[in-house]
Each structure stands twice: as structure tokens, then as C-alpha cells.
Design a protein around this ligand. Structure first.
Ligand code: ADP
Length: 961
């Protein structure tokens, strides 16, 4: 991180340096260019001035040479007698020097000319005079023959020390110009010869300025130069100065260098060179310098760019590497339950933390990278403290910390390992959440303890079992012996048999419970789902236990609250088991005259398609000791006190109940105070049936008149409201007298219901019955007067009892039976006449069982043929004519062929009756899955062993009707 920032900083500084360097180069370069320009210009102008001087010297030398040669000629002429006698010599001279003409003039005015036509004219006198005055000189320009511009060299001829005349040489300007050349400075410039007034003496050969300009001032004026500059230049000429100037003419800036001629006073030699030519070299040098600068800058830029690029590449590969490492860390982090922190020892800072710290510890990894701060949570602070530890070698700690971020306690295993990575000392900390391991270990320990406890409980149970089994067995063996001894004493034998019966039933219960428990514990309990009516189920359970309660003069009441759904789906066998167990316990552990309330409440719906219920069984019995409460649902546990010890039981009922409740997805709990009573509560969700149409039930009841006698308390109001819902016409009267009066005035009433709150309900019932003997009469009762009422029902005073609390479905059913279909009601009392003159086949491997059935059936006029296994049974069925057997009773566990297979074989046989002959399973396996398996094998019904003649008759009624 730090390195990255440093890298960026260096890059920015490098860029800044580059800019500064480039700017400096440009700035220096600019100044340098300017100074080069100046230097080159001054060097060039110095060169041109020198060139001008050199060229002017050529002209000077030429003039001096011509004058000297002419002096020599004059001397030769002066040596002769007669100055006109040397014409040959002069002509030779003319030829040699290329003069256009030669003259000789004596002081008397006589003359000789080498060209006769070119006689000395008067105007030219002024030109010829200096020689006659003893001067040797060159004249100004004059027009010679054919208008040619020329100059005149002249010198004095001296004879015997006397000036006798002069000799003259006309010389063409062109020739004179040839001495210094027509052009200069690589043909880019040219030269003028001016006099000090600016008059052009010798014009450049290549221009014809002669015709246009006679004075150089005009040239300058035409070039639009300032008067001051022109005047300064003219002044310089006047002052015989040597110098240079820049003027514009001929459409460009021209550089002028001028120097006075030595051989001709007042004449100037002027060199003109276009200024751009003067600066050409400078420009070229500047150009080269610029190029060099550009190359330097470009090189610098390239170097810096290369440096930056290499830094970038290095950074990028480092970044890529870091990214790669981070990805690896990330991948590792995703797959392990350990947070890794790498700590730099020197900086004392966490430099990397695996991403999984958020998931495992609830702390984002960045938080570890920051130094310790006040804002850190306590958990993070503790962890940071641990990360400061520097053990000399690998160390492992296990800590129990409260994680205030997640609000949970955690077991952390922290390993610290000192390492040296590329010469840098680091520590790798591995933080693993071992809470689950710890918990598992603890669970395991608890499980072991529990298993030990359960084992101990089982051993206890076994010892108590042997006691519990032995007790009824003793009774059975003892009573059998007694019966044998008193075989002739009918009364004694009967008494013994009754006791054997009771003990046998107790033994059966015990065995059933053990089987049930082992079934539940092995996890093989299967719940069935069948349609049932909740009120019927509840009332049925109450009916079953009512007798037990009455025998102890206990009140068993039902309370309902918010019941909306009555038609449900569920395993009624198991539901009954729950309620019967709880209610029978309540009755068992409640002394005489106690009160037991079974309350059913429908709770707000939690799952669509299901209704939630709370069932509670409360009693005011002996209660449960606080220390026993936690073990109450543990199998084989019974409270160890005297009052319980005397009560019959196995200690399995509640364990079975709890397991069933939990298998149904519900829960069960108990509240109890010793000596005051207990409340067992079960909460269950039960699947809803598509509600049976009560309105159809109601249709049949529509318009029927009912007279209700008594006050309208809450339950009575509910009853009246339900009946009104069914379309019945209900009239309410408060007393027996009012009821009798109403019955006299209206004979349309079909039913009178009297509440048991009416004083002397039985008396009132009898009075009403006397008035209207054909009327149906019901009592609305909570069951407390039931003994009295039962008698009345038996005495036909009262037709039926409407139990409180009222369930709509049950009420509808009851009313229908009383008022609409009462004639068709089949009595619940099962008749054994169904057995009369029947023939059955019994497959049973146990000889004793075979004998019991054969004997039992024979008592009711039925004949039973037997088979000792499935195979024999199939053979018997196939060997007999069609319709020979009315039904087949099939044991399940048999040698050679079991009952299921035998049933299947019979169903598949070729006999006409194969598909229709009723087959009834008769088995000791009585669970829901056993019933189901029997049905799947093609059997029609299932009867549990030991067989009950009533159960057999009931099944046969169904199958043979
Ligand atoms: P069992 O009734 O066959 O002994 P349970 O499992 O049904 O077995 O009950 C276990 C024990 O819980 C009973 O022995 C008794 O000590 C206690 N118990 C159960 N129900 C009640 C109750 N309603 N009042 C007091 N004690 C109870």
C-alpha cells in the first residue's frame, strides 16, 4: 500500500521534472537561438565588411597600378625629345592596358590622340587640367566615344625637370568593374561605387540602374526607407566613414557595407547583400540548433517515457502478482474456516487479512489493517492485542471470547507462526472458529452422559420390568393354580379367571408400551393421515376415560375456545394415544373427587392448509416434584415416591407421547406444583380437510321447531346460534312451566332441550315427557349430572344429551340422528349373530391360538378350519369350492409362507372367489404401517392380537353385510 503511494509520488515528480526540463530546454534554446542569430549576424556582417574592404582594395590597387604604369609611360615620353614622337609606345601601352583611348597633351594645348576621331573637346578640358598642373590622378566618370562611361587616368610629362605636358588614358568603367567582379557573396550580392554625395559612380553590372537612378539616395528613397536613416547614411559618406546599414529596396531588406576608396578621394565602395542571405547561415545554424534541441527534448521525453513505462510495467506486474496472490488468498479463504492475518514485525501492522474474516468473525478484513483505535469493538480490540504477541516459535492458544459484533460467544483457536519472507520478519496468525467443534465435543460429552444415564435408566427399567412383569405373571400363575384346585367351585373359578383377565390385560399394556417405545426409538414410527372430526375424537377420548374418572368420582370436563375448524386429517390412533395417556395420567395421579379439565383451543393459523391447536390436560392431583420435572419425558422414568409407586404404570407413557407429538411437528410441556396439580400442554398443527358442508346438514334441519328451556349462558347462546344457522326455529323459555305452556299453545315443536342448570332437570324432563310423550327430549349438560342423566336416557325420559362444550359438526350430526335419520341408526352394540352358521379358514402357526379361535367361534355357531402356515392356507382355499369360506383369518408371521404372501397368492389364484373372499389380518403387529402393509397385500381388514370377539364381529359386520 505504502509502496504504491510512493510509486505514484515518484511518477508525479518525474513528470514534473520532465515538464520543468522541457520548459528549461525551450527557454534556454530560445535565448540560445537568439544569441546565435545575433552572433552569426555580427560575424557575417564583419565578413561582408572585410569583403567590402578587400574588394575596394582591388579597385584601389587597380587605380594605383594604372596610374603608376601611366607615370612610367610619361617618364619614357619625357625622356624623348618631343612628346608627340612616342605614338608607337603609347599605342603599345593602350593595347597592353586595354585602354579605350590615349591622349598626349602639351602645355601649349597641342594634343595627340590614339583615335583620331576622339579629339579633345572643350568640355573635356576640365578633365585634362590636373596633369598639366603636375597631378597624377583618376578623373570622375565621363562619357567617352559612343557614349561609353569611362574614367581618365592622367599624369604629368616632365622633360628636363619641366612640365611639358600630360599623358591620358581613357579606361572603360566595365574594365574597372572587372577588377572587383560583377557579383559578390556567392552571387547573391553586388557592389556600387558611389561618390560622397551618393552619386552612383560605378553601378552594379547586372542592373541597369544607370538609366533610372543617378544617385543612391533615390534608390533608398524608392525603397521607402526613413529620411533619417537615409540622411545618416549620406552623412557617413560625407564624413568618409566606414560602416554598414540595412535598407529596404528592390523589394527586400538589404545589407549595405561601405568603405572609402584610398586611390580615389571621395569615392566609396559599397557592397549590397540581401539581408536574408546575410542571415541565411544564422538561420541554418538556428535551424540545426532547433533540430538538435528538438532531438534532445525528444530524447529526454523518450527516456522519461521509457522510465515511466518501465515503472508502469514493473508496477503492473507487481499489481498483477499482488492480484494473483490476493486471488489465491481469496480462494483459500473461501474454502477454509480459518482467518489468516500476516503481521509485519517492523511496522507492527497487520498487512493482510483473509476476506473470510467478515464471515467467520463478523469483522471486515480492512479493520484489521487499521491501527488500534477507540472505535474498535471490544472483540476486535482483543484480537488486535493478540496479534501484537510475538512468540519466539510457533504457538497455539485457545480462547473463549464474547464477540460483541455478532452477540455470540466464540471459541477461537489462534496459531502464531514467526516467518521470514524475503528477508522481512513477519508473523502469520491463523484464527479458527472452533465453537462448533467445542459444542460438538460438549454435545458428545452430554450425549455420552445421557447415554450412560439412559442405560442406567434401562437397567433400572429392566429390574422394574422384571418386577412389573413378574407381578401380573405371579397373579396369572397363582390364580390358574387356584382355579385348578377349586375347579368345582364355580364362584371361585370365576373370581380367579377375572383376576387372570386383569393381570393379562396389564401385561399386554406393558408389552404394547415397550413395543411402541422401541418402535419410536428406532425411528420407524410411521404416521398415517386419515380424515377425522376433532370433536368426535375428543369426545371419544372423554367417553373412554369417563368410566375411569367416575370410578374415582372425578369430574372430567371439556373446555373449548375459538374452535373454527373441526374436520381434519391426521393419525387418529396416535392422537388418541396422546390424549388418552395424558388424561389417564391425570386421572391416575389425582385423588378421588378431583377435577380434570381437557381444554382445546384453536390458535391463529400459522401455516396455510393447517390449523393450530393447543390441547391441555390439567388436574388438581398430586402434582410433580420440581426435581423430577426435567426427567418427566425421559423413557422409563417414574417419580420415586410412595404415592406414585403404588400406581400402576411403566414410565413409558409420557416418553411415547412426547415422541409422537414431536413426530407430528408439535411440542409438549408440563407445569406442575407438587400437591396442587399439573397441566400438560400440547401444541399441534393439523392438516385441514376440505370442510364438510355443514350447510347441507343444515338443509335437512331447516324449519324444524325447537324449544330451549333455561337461561342463555355463553355455551347455551352458542348452541342456539348454531341451530339458528342450520335454519331451525328456536324459541327460548326460562322455566319448566313456561315450556309446558308453550308446548300447549304450539304443537309444532319436534325437540325440547333443557339445560342442566334448570332446577331438578330430571324432574322437568319427566314433566315435559308426560305432556308430550312423542316429543324428542334432550338435556344440555356439562356432564356433571351424567349419572342421573344416563339413568334417564336408559328410562327413555331423555332421548339424548347435548354435551358442553358445543361443536357445530357434532351438534349437526346429533340433530340429524335425532330428528331426521334416527330410525336408520345402527346400534353401536356389535352382535355376535354375524358368526352364526359361518365357515372360516384360519391360518395360524401357534397351536394354542388356533385352539382359542376355534373354540371361541364355535361358541357363536361358526365353524373354523385351520392351516398351520400360509402355504397350507392357499392350498385349502384352492381345494375348496367357490363360496366355501365366508372369510379367511390370516396370521402374518408364519413359517414357509407368511400372511402377506399367502394373501397375495389367494388374490392371484384362478378361483372365482379369489378377488372377493374377505381376508382379515390377525396379527400382533398393530402399528399403522402394519395395517397399511396388510391392505397392500390385498387383505380387507386388520385385527390386533390378542383377539377380541367384539372387534372380529365388528369387522365381519362390515365385510359380510
Ligand atoms: P406411567 O404413568 O406409566 O408411570 P408416564 O410416562 O405416563 O408413565 O408418566 C411418568 C411419570 O410422570 C409417572 O410415573 C408420574 O410420576 C409422573 N406423572 C405423569 N403424569 C402425571 C400427573 N398428571 N400428575 C402427577 N404426576 C404425573
Amino acid at each position: 500500500m505504502k509502496k504504491e503511494v510512493l510509486g505514484k509520488f515518484i511518477t508525479i515528480i518525474a513528470c514534473l521534472c520532465l515538464f520543468v526540463a522541457a520548459f528549461a530546454v525551450i527557454f534556454i534554446n530560445n535565448n540560445y537561438v537568439q544569441s546565435i542569430k545575433k552572433l552569426v549576424r555580427s560575424t557575417t556582417t564583419a565578413n561582408i565588411s572585410e569583403l567590402t574592404v578587400v574588394k575596394s582594395q582591388y579597385l584601389d590597387e587597380k587605380i594605383e597600378y594604372e596610374l603608376k604604369a601611366l607615370q612610367l609611360l610619361a617618364f619614357n615620353i619625357g625622356e624623348r625629345n618631343g612628346i608627340f614622337s612616342c605614338s608607337e609606345l603609347i599605342r603599345e601601352y593602350q593595347k597592353l592596358h586595354g585602354a579605350t583611348n590615349m591622349w598626349v597633351l602639351d602645355i601649349n594645348g597641342n594634343s595627340w590622340s590614339s583615335i583620331e576621331s576622339d579629339v579633345l573637346s572643350k568640355e573635356k578640358d576640365r578633365l585634362f587640367t590636373p596633369a598639366l598642373k603636375g597631378e597624377t590622378a583618376m578623373s570622375d566618370v565621363f562619357m567617352g566615344l559612343l557614349g561609353k562611361r569611362q574614367v581618365l587616368f592622367q599624369t604629368t610629362i616632365i622633360h628636363n625637370g619641366q612640365i611639358v605636358g600630360g599623358v591620358y588614358e581613357a579606361y572603360s568603367l566595365e574594365q574597372l568593374q572587372n577588377t572587383y567582379g560583377s557579383s559578390t557573396y556567392n552571387n547573391s550580392g553586388y557592389s556600387y561605387v558611389l561618390d560622397k554625395n551618393g552619386t552612383i559612380m560605378l553601378a552594379p553590372v547586372r542592373f541597369s540602374y544607370l538609366q533610372i537612378y543617378s544617385n543612391f539616395r533615390d534608390v533608398l528613397k524608392d525603397g521607402k526607407n526613413s529620411n533619417k536613416a537615409i540622411n545618416d547614411f549620406m552623412m557617413a559618406l560625407q564624413n568618409c566613414s566606414k560602416g554598414s546599414a540595412v535598407f529596404d529596396f528592390e523589394g527586400q531588406s538589404q545589407f549595405l557595407s561601405f568603405t572609402p576608396l584610398q586611390a580615389k578621394k571621395g569615392w566609396y565602395f559599397v557592397t549590397v547583400i540581401p539581408l536574408n542571405m546575410v542571415e541565411e547561415d544564422g538561420v541554418a545554424i538556428v535551424d540545426i540548433a532547433m533540430r538538435m534541441s528538438a532531438v534532445i527534448i525528444l530524447t529526454m521525453v523518450l527516456i522519461v517515457a521509457a522510465v515511466l513505462f518501465s515503472i508502469y510495467l514493473r508496477n503492473r506486474s507487481r499489481r498483477k502478482y499482488n492480484m494473483y496472490i490476493r486471488r489465491i488468498y481469496g480462494a483459500i479463504a473461501q474454502n477454509i474456516d480459518t482467518v489468516i492475518c500476516i503481521v509485519d514485525v517492523k511496522e507492527s501492522l497487520v498487512e493482510y487479512t483473509f476476506e473470510n474474516s467478515q464471515e467467520i468473525l463478523g469483522i471486515p478484513p480492512q479493520k484489521f489493517l487499521q491501527p488500534v483505535s477507540e472505535q474498535d469493538s471490544e472483540f476486535l480490540h482483543e484480537l488486535k492485542q493478540i496479534l501484537q504477541r510475538r512468540p519466539a516459535e510457533k504457538a497455539v492458544w485457545e480462547l473463549y471470547l464474547f464477540n460483541d459484533v455478532t452477540g455470540k460467544n466464540m471459541w477461537l483457536e489462534i496459531t502464531a507462526l514467526p516467518v521470514n519472507l524475503q528477508g522481512i520478519d513477519k508473523y502469520i496468525f491463523a484464527v479458527t472458529d472452533v465453537t462448533a467443534d467445542r459444542q460438538n465435543r460438549e454435545l458428545l460429552n452430554t450425549a455420552v452422559a445421557e447415554a450412560k444415564q439412559a442405560n442406567a435408566a434401562k437397567s433400572n427399567f429392566l429390574s422394574s420390568m422384571s418386577h412389573d412383569i413378574r407381578t401380573p405373571m405371579n397373579a396369572i400363575v397363582g390364580m390358574t393354580k387356584l382355579a385348578q384346585i377349586h375347579i368345582d367351585n364355580k364362584f371361585k373359578v370365576n373370581d380367579c379367571l377375572q383376576k387372570i383377565d386383569v393381570s393379562g390385560k396389564h401385561l399386554l399394556n406393558l408389552i404394547n408400551d415397550i413395543l411402541d417405545m422401541s418402535k419410536i426409538e428406532s425411528g420407524s414410527m410411521v404416521l398415517s393421515s386419515e380424515a377425522f372430526s376433532l370433536p368426535r375424537l375428543v369426545n371419544g377420548d372423554l367417553d373412554i376415560l369417563q368410566t375411569q374418572c367416575r370410578s374415582k368420582s372425578q369430574q372430567l370436563l371439556l373446555e373449548t375456545k375459538n374452535i373454527v375448524h373441526e374436520e381434519l386429517l391426521g393419525d387418529t390412533l396416535r392422537l388418541n394415544q396422546i390424549f388418552l395417556n395424558l388424561i389417564s395420567n391425570a386421572s391416575k395421579f389425582t385423588p378421588e373427587n378431583g377435577k380434570i379439565i381437557f381444554a382445546v383451543e384453536e390458535l391463529p393459523q400459522r401455516t396455510p392448509g393447517y390449523a393450530a391447536y393447543r390441547f391441555s390436560v390439567s388436574d388438581n392431583g398430586i402434582g410433580i416434584a420440581a426435581e423430577f420435572l426435567p426427567n418427566i419425558f425421559t423413557p422409563f422414568e417414574r417419580e420415586n415416591n410412595r404415592s406414585v409407586g403404588n400406581i400402576e404404570g411403566t414410565g413409558l407413557g409420557l416418553a411415547i407421547t412426547k415422541n409422537i407429538v414431536e413426530a407430528m411437528g408439535g411440542r409438549i410441556w408440563v407445569e406442575s406444583t407438587e400437591g396442587k396439580g399439573s397441566i400438560f400442554t400440547v401444541e399441534l398443527e393439523l392438516q385441514l380437510q376440505v370442510e364438510r358442508e355443514i350447510s347441507t346438514c343444515g338443509k335437512a334441519l331447516q324449519g324444524i321447531r325447537i324449544l330451549f328451556v333455561g337461561s342463555l349462558n355463553d355455551e347455551a347462546k352458542k348452541l342456539v346460534a348454531y341451530m339458528t344457522d342450520f335454519g331451525m326455529l328456536v324459541k327460548t323459555v326460562a322455566s319448566e312451566a313456561a315450556a309446558i305452556q308453550e308446548l300447549y299453545s304450539n304443537d309444532q315443536y319436534k325437540l325440547v332441550i333443557i339445560t342442566d342448570e334448570v332446577y331438578s332437570v330430571a324432574g322437568s324432563a319427566r314433566s315435559i315427557r308426560e305432556v308430550c310423550p312423542s316429543l324428542k327430549l334432550g338435556v344440555f349438560s356439562d356432564g356433571s349430572n351424567s349419572l342421573l342423566l344416563d339413568d334417564d336416557i336408559a328410562g327413555k325420559t331423555v332421548d339424548d344429551i347435548f354435551c358442553k362444550p358445543v361443536f357445530k359438526g357434532v351438534l349437526c350430526q346429533k340433530l340429524l340422528q335425532m330428528l331426521v335419520i334416527s330410525d336408520n341408526i345402527v346400534s353401536d352394540k356389535v352382535s355376535t349373530s354375524i358368526l352364526d352358521s359361518r365357515r372360516f379358514l384360519l391360518a395360524e402357526d401357534n397351536a394354542l391360538n388356533r385352539e382359542i379361535i376355534v373354540e371361541l367361534f364355535a361358541m357363536f355357531g361358526a365353524q373354523v378350519e385351520t392351516a398351520v402356515d400360509g402355504k397350507e392356507a392357499v392350498a385349502a382355499f384352492e381345494s375348496r369350492p367357490t363360496g366355501y369360506y365366508d372369510a379367511i383369518f390370516m396370521d402374518i408371521q408364519m413359517p414357509l409362507m407368511d400372511g402377506y404372501e399367502a394373501a397375495q397368492k389367494i388374490r392371484c389364484s384362478q378361483k372365482l372367489q379369489a378377488g372377493t373372499v374377505p381376508i382379515v389380518a390377525m396379527s400382533g403387529n398393530v402399528f399403522a404401517e402394519d395395517v397399511q402393509a396388510a391392505k397392500q397385500a390385498g387383505m380387507n381388514a386388520h385385527i390386533g392380537k390378542p383377539v377380541d370377539i367384539d372387534a372380529i364381529c365388528k369387522v365381519l359386520h362390515e365385510l359380510l353385510k
